[in-house]
Write a protein that binds this ligand. Structure first.
Ligand code: CA
Ligand code: CA
Ligand code: CA
Ligand code: CA
Length: 335
């Protein structure tokens, strides 16, 4: 599992990794690309984040959130403009996304904040982002204040663009959450914020506006560090609610969601496809054995025996101590 906070630049590096991966470049070379890029960008932490060993469980929750796409990674992304980016944050501009690892330490947090962006531009960008990052579990969309500066933009088009960005995220399988605009201290923009938020109200999941003007920094528009703290806390409190409400169905209760069963050749109505008494989800994610074979590694010891009696690895045929002991048993110590 990858873990770490990825800022906007790191997202670029991560993109390079994804591109290299799709191009069929060897994993070691892909990591080399990451390492070179990270050093160039002064962000070696990403290298270590990518190299962290994984944890394997069934489609288990990670940090209290459902692993929506059952890929054993928890990916949370913030999409928006300068307020997602973290403008006016101190000591560095990481915004609310950069603080989410405080609450979800095993998550990959992606910051897709693009300062100054208007929503119709964001809508176009979102296609590229979601094509490049199709494994996002949770997406938070917060954008719209910049549309105020374009005379031909209406609050209705702002709403529609935000809804479309969220919808595109949902189409990748992510849970898309729409945030309303944060409060502003600039008098000439208050009416716009109020208007957009009234348009978004029927669709909104995260009420950033409720945090009030107290979170806003000296520029009267962007939150300050404490403001971003408050936004992150609000997101962290909200995510688990929608996470649980959107938990995929696992009809047979074997730890593999229905939509993922086909990937492993198992069915949605049979929790133990090969009849070896081990749940399909445990075989796939915990033991790394086959849910379709009684003896996954072909060493003569059944998966069930290796797991429940011997304590050996059912997916590794190498003659470790338990296997030799069993071989002796098979060969007949009594003779
Ligand atoms: Ca996931
Ligand atoms: Ca299942
Ligand atoms: Ca098996
Ligand atoms: Ca075996």
């Amino acid at each position: 599992m990858f873990a770490g906070v990825l800022g906007y630049r790191e997202c670029f590096v991560f993109s390079e990794y994804a591109i290299a991966k799709r191009s069929g470049i060897q994993k070691s070379k892909r990591l080399l690309v990451i390492m070179k890029k990270s050093i160039i960008l002064g962000s070696v932490s990403l290298v270590f984040a990518l190299l962290l060993p994984g944890t394997s469980f069934a489609c288990a929750d990670i940090d209290g959130l459902v692993d929506i796409n059952c890929d054993q990674q928890l990916i949370i992304a913030g999409f928006g403009d300068s307020i997602t980016f973290g403008r006016s944050d101190t000591p560095i501009e990481i915004g609310y996304p950069g603080r989410l690892n405080l609450y979800f330490p095993n998550a990959i947090v992606l910051n897709f904040g693009d300062p100054g962006e208007m929503t119709h531009v964001g809508l176009r960008r979102s296609s590229r982002v979601f094509a490049e990052f199709p494994n996002i579990d949770y997406l938070v969309v917060l954008e719209g204040v910049n549309d105020f500066f374009l005379e031909d933009r209406s609050s209705l088009s702002t709403r529609d663009n935000v809804l479309s960005i969220a919808s595109r995220g949902s189409n990748t399988g992510a849970i898309s959450l729409i945030g309303n605009l944060t409060a502003v201290k600039r008098d000439d923009q208050k009416g716009w914020v109020s208007l957009v938020n009234s348009r978004l109200a029927p669709h909104q999941h995260i009420n950033f506006f409720s945090l009030g003007e107290g979170i806003i920094s000296g520029d009267r528009l962007h939150p300050d560090a404490e403001g971003y703290d408050a936004m992150a806390l609000l997101v962290a409190q909200t995510l688990p609610i929608y996470s649980q409400a959107n938990r995929p169905v696992d009809t047979d209760g074997d730890g593999i969601y229905d939509f993922a069963e086909a990937k492993f050749g198992t069915g949605i109505f049979n929790p133990d496809s090969d009849g070896d008494t081990l749940l399909d989800g445990d075989e796939v994610f915990v033991h790394k054995s086959s849910p379709l074979l009684l003896d996954s590694d072909g060493d003569g010891l059944s998966d069930q025996r290796e797991v429940t009696e011997i304590g050996s690895n059912p997916a590794d045929p190498r003659p470790g101590t338990p296997a030799i002991t069993d071989l002796q048993f098979i060969m007949g110590e009594e003779t």
